[in-house]
Design a protein around this ligand. Structure first.
Ligand SMILES: [Zn+2]
Length: 107
C-alpha cells in the first residue's frame, strides 16, 4: 500500500553539513565569463569545453543526481497510474491540491 505523501520534511543532517569545499571552476577558461550551471560540460556562453577534471566529475555527478531524482519522480507516477489508473491519479491529485492548498513539487 502507498504511504501518505504528507510526510513532514525530515530535519536532515545533509542540510547542515557541507559536502566538500574543493575549489570549483566557476568561470569559463575560454571566455572568462561566469558559468550559469555546474551540470553542463560546456561553457554556457561560448560552448567551450571546461577543461578541468574535477569540474567534469562534479558536473557528471550533478547530472546523475538530477536524472535519478527525475526517474524517482517518474516511477512514483508510473506506479500510481498502474494502481489507480490515470483517472484515479488525477482525481487523487485534485483532492490533494484542495486539501493542501499547494503542490508538492517545487517551481
Ligand atoms: Zn566560455
Amino acid at each position: 500500500m502507498n504511504e501518505p505523501e504528507t510526510k513532514p520534511p525530515a530535519p536532515g543532517p545533509q542540510n547542515t553539513e557541507k559536502a566538500e569545499t574543493a575549489i570549483e571552476i566557476v568561470t569559463c577558461p575560454e571566455c572568462g565569463r561566469r558559468l550559469l550551471t555546474k551540470t553542463s560540460m560546456l561553457c554556457n556562453w561560448c560552448g567551450a569545453k571546461i577543461n578541468d577534471q574535477d569540474y567534469q566529475a562534479r558536473a557528471a555527478l550533478n547530472r546523475l543526481e538530477r536524472d535519478q531524482q527525475e526517474r524517482t519522480d517518474l516511477e512514483v507516477v508510473i506506479q500510481e497510474e498502474a494502481e489507480l489508473g490515470i483517472l484515479g491519479r488525477l482525481r487523487r491529485l485534485g483532492k490533494q491540491n484542495k486539501a493542501n492548498g499547494r503542490s508538492d513539487t517545487p517551481l
